[in-house]
Each structure stands twice: as structure tokens, then as C-alpha cells.
Write a protein that binds this ligand. Structure first.
Ligand code: 1HE
Length: 260
């Protein structure tokens, strides 16, 4: 599944963390059609041993967004299908088999921010910056950004980013919710890997619930959300693994919640 523009490897004692790295450094990891299809293919074919994933970018930037050199003379129908191709790929990231941690640095712009938004946790180092230059390029987001980014930062902030070309630095990005973690330069990958290894230790049904039930519950009217939550809770707690984990705590064999 490794290609010249995408590297895949497995880390951890049981190879439980997949590391997906964009390696199109000369083009600042701009996403051409082939790379988008590679991302989709990778998430569709992760081995069953994998429990969590990290995605990052080689070089000085996470991702420069859509490969603008491919934005040629598409007609409306071709543009529609191109956008839908991105949707299908990023849907495999968000609703694929395992939680994904994005390790961000440098440019996280346009389609790069759309890719990051499809991940479940975002870790940024202090070199990261975020923008949606689509506005100034005369185009619009097409990789699911109009759906996902307002859910992270609100419609007003996204509108401002696109209307004015506003660039958020790493600290402000973390403040407004584009990233959940902010780390010193060069440390995003290490932190993302540490988090992914921790996520990989969760009961698979818990991770499934967080990826597949929680975002849908959050979109449901409250009375439907409560019912979906109750059903998901019942399924998760019925798993033998859940019972073992609760028993381990009651027997004093599992870690307490600690603020350190
Ligand atoms: C590219 C791209 C690209 C770089 N498509 N080729 N995205 C953008 O509007 C962002 C455009 N890129 C930039 O603003 C800058 O390149 C960066 C801030 C990301 C990096 O700057 P820098 O100085 O490190 O690199 P560079 O010299 O600008 O670029 C190096 C090469 O990468 C150069 O090619 P070269 O052949 O002259 O060496 C650039 O042309 C190339 N390159 N970014 C194509 N994006 C689903 S819809 C999503 C819609 C969008 O994402 S729109 C936003 C697109």
C-alpha cells in the first residue's frame, strides 16, 4: 500500500498503530487524485491487528491542500464527482476501522485542513498554521470541510477564514478548537503516537462507539440521541472485555483516574 507519495508502516508491540505519512514533499504534500485514492485505499485495507492510526506529513508542512495543478477545465459534473471522490476517501478516514490521530505541523491548509478535520484527534506543533485559501483562489471547499470544519470551530469562524484569508497560528488554532493538543516544534508525531498507542488499548467496542455512535448522536434531536446512547451503552457494556475491565477495577487491579 506504500506508494511514492504515501508511506505506511506499523508500530507498537503488536503492530497495532498504523502510521500513514504523506511523502510528496516537493509539492508540500498537495493532494492530487492519486494521493486521495491512496488514502482511501489505505484506510479500506488496514490489517485487523491495527487498533489506531496516526497520519502526518513529511517535510516542513503537513499538507498544502488540493493539488491546484489538477484543477483544470473540469465541467460542473466532473467537479461534482471530484468532490465526491474526496468525500468517499475522507469518509473512510472518519468512519473507517480505527480512530485516527493527525500530527500537524507547518501548513494545514485547504484540503489539508479538510483531511485533518476528518481525523478524531488533532495534535499540532507550534509551527502549524491553518487557512482556507479556497476563498482567495475563487473556489470553495470540496473535501467535506463545509460539514466538518464548522463543527470544530463554528460557522462564523470558517466564514471569516474563507472570506478574508485569515491564517490562524498554532496557539490560536488550539484555542479555537482546530487542534486538541499543542506541543513544541517537532514533537507532534511523538505525541500523536503516544496518544494512538493509548487509544489502541481501549476496548474495540468503546472506540467503535466513539467513532460511529457519538458523532451521529450529537446530530440527533435530544430524545433520539438519548435512546441511541442507551442502546450503544448497553451493547458496549455487554462485551466480555467490558466486564473484565470493570472487574479489574473493583478488584483493585486497574489504574485509578489520576490527574498526574
Ligand atoms: C503546490 C501546492 C498546491 C505547493 N498545489 N502545487 N492550497 C493552497 O492554496 C496552498 C498553496 N501552497 C502554499 O501556499 C505554499 O506552497 C505553502 C505555504 C504550503 C508552502 O510554501 P513553501 O514556500 O514551503 O513552498 P512553495 O515554494 O510554495 O511550493 C513548493 C512546490 O510545491 C511548488 O512547486 P514547484 O514545482 O515550483 O517546486 C509549488 O507550486 C508546489 N505546491 N502547494 C499544487 N496546493 C477538495 S477541495 C480543496 C481545495 C483546496 O485545498 S484549495 C487550497 C490549495
Amino acid at each position: 500500500m506504500t506508494t511514492p507519495d504515501l508511506h505506511l508502516e506499523f508500530l507498537g508491540e503488536q503492530q497495532e498503530v498504523a502510521v500513514i505519512r504523506l511523502t510528496r514533499v516537493a509539492k508540500r504534500n498537495a493532494l492530487n487524485d492519486a494521493l486521495i485514492l491512496s488514502i482511501r485505499n489505505t484506510f479500506e485495507n488496514l490489517p485487523a491487528t491495527v487498533r489506531a492510526a496516526v497520519i502526518d506529513g513529511q517535510g516542513d508542512h503537513f499538507c498544502a491542500g488540493l493539488d491546484l495543478s489538477e484543477l483544470t477545465e473540469r465541467d460542473a459534473g466532473q467537479g461534482l464527482h471530484h468532490s465526491r471522490m474526496w468525500h468517499a476517501a475522507l469518509e473512510r478516514v472518519q468512519f473507517g476501522p480505527v480512530p485516527v490521530v493527525a500530527a500537524l505541523h507547518g501548513a494545514v491548509v485547504g484540503g489539508g485542513l479538510e483531511l485533518a478535520s476528518a481525523c478524531h484527534i488533532r495534535v499540532a506543533d507550534e509551527t502549524a498554521f491553518y487557512a482556507l485559501p479556497e476563498g482567495s483562489r475563487g473556489i470553495f471547499v470540496g473535501g467535506g470541510g463545509a460539514v466538518r470544519i464548522p463543527r470544530l470551530i463554528g460557522t462564523a469562524r470558517m466564514t471569516d477564514m474563507m472570506l478574508t484569508g485569515r491564517v490562524y497560528n498554532a496557539a490560536d488554532g488550539e484555542r479555537i478548537g482546530l487542534a486538541q493538543y499543542l506541543v513544541p516544534p517537532g514533537q507532534a508525531f511523538a505525541k500523536a503516537l503516544e496518544l494512538a498507542e493509548r487509544v489502541a488499548q481501549n476496548a474495540p467496542l468503546t472506540n467503535y462507539a466513539l467513532m460511529h455512535a457519538l458523532p451521529r448522536i450529537a446530530e440527533q434531536p435530544a430524545d433520539q440521541g438519548y435512546l441511541t446512547e442507551a442502546m450503544m451503552a448497553a451493547i458496549a457494556q455487554s462485551a466480555p472485555e467490558a466486564k473484565e475491565r470493570v472487574r479489574a477495577f473493583l478488584d483493585g487491579k486497574a489504574a485509578k483516574v489520576s490527574k498526574d
